[in-house]
Design a protein around this ligand. Structure first.
Ligand code: SF4
Ligand code: SF4
Length: 286
């Protein structure tokens, strides 16, 4: 199981803190948790994105989340500025801070569940204000727990109490209220999860590929040949990240370019699924 969450907010709303608190709660529940922020302009009000991964296995991906199961939108106005639907998996869930009911949302992605909550109202009611502006991160975490996420509200409350000291009581109250207040619309009546393995890899940043240099094609350096077992591979991309020759390509799935693979077998050691075996290399054409 790997649950990927992407938070969209504005500087000052607490998206980064929410992402960290979620990862900490996951760790306390016995899962592996990872959190990382991505800042654009670091100033109050600027769009902020933060990512959390929760898994029952060690997490080797260190990238931003490109295909989230859950998207949390702390500011409804951000819907007009940012494509919050980008890459969300079918059966995934949008958790949005709004006074609207889920049925009032009309968008093309009719394969997504919606959880809506007036987190701003909850924040104001509980006096969660900084410089006069409502901080909605803890109420949004309360609503997020309605999105079929395997964490107990008590664990989250404990973390929040610890983190916020004397302000913890109000934040815990806000979590509970938002949890109760949240409205849910499941497009897959069964509440089908969006956690299965990825079907197709899509990378949205530049990657380098090997080219022939002074050493020529490095395949002749190999004593052993890595072979990927696609039945075991879960497309985590760890081998792709670590290959020192950039000899692993991304197509439908990871593929080894045997012209340039030099047989170092780094990929076999970093694969968490033990999906890459090493075979004795025999070159029939040499
Ligand atoms: S054996 Fe080394 S060079 Fe070849 S694919 Fe694996 S990591 Fe890359
Ligand atoms: S072969 Fe292993 S390391 Fe590479 S993508 Fe598959 S599971 Fe990840």
């Amino acid at each position: 199981m790997l649950i990927s969450v992407r938070f969209h907010g504005r500087g000052g709303q607490g998206a980064v803190t929410a992402s960290k608190l979620l990862a900490e709660a996951a760790s306390l529940e016995g899962y592996y948790g990872q959190s990382m922020p991505f800042f654009g302009a670091e100033r109050r009000g600027a769009p902020v994105v933060s990512f959390t991964r929760i898994s029952d296995e060690p997490i080797y991906e260190m990238s931003q989340v490109y295909h989230p199961n859950i998207v949390v939108v702390l500011d409804p106005l951000i819907l007009k500025a940012v494509d919050i639907f980008r890459g969300v998996k079918e059966g995934g869930t949008i958790v949005v801070n709004t006074t609207k009911a889920p049925d009032e949302f009309v968008f093309d992605q009719d394969y997504l569940n919606i959880v809506s909550v007036d987190a701003t109202g909850v924040a104001i009611k509980n006096d969660l204000l900084v410089a006069g502006l409502p901080v909605v991160n803890t109420p949004m975490l309360g609503a997020l727990l309605r999105a079929d996420i395997p964490l107990k509200i008590e664990v989250l409350e404990g973390i929040v109490r610890k983190k916020f000291g004397k302000e913890g009581k109000r934040n815990v109250k806000a979590i509970k209220e938002a949890y109760e207040l949240a409205s849910i619309k499941l497009v897959h009546g069964s509440g089908k999860r969006s956690y299965p393995r990825k079907k197709k890899i899509k990378v949205e940043f530049p990657i380098s590929t090997p080219a022939e240099g002074v050493a020529g094609k490095t395949k002749l350096w190999r004593d052993f040949r890595p072979e990927i077992d696609y039945e075991k591979c879960n497309d985590c991309l760890n081998c792709w990240i670590h290959c020192p020759e950039s000899a692993i390509r991304l197509n439908e799935h990871v593929e080894i370019d045997y012209d340039y693979c030099k047989g170092c077998l780094v990929c076999t050691t970093v694969c968490p699924k033990k999906a890459i075996a090493s075979e004795r290399e025999v070159f029939v054409d040499v």
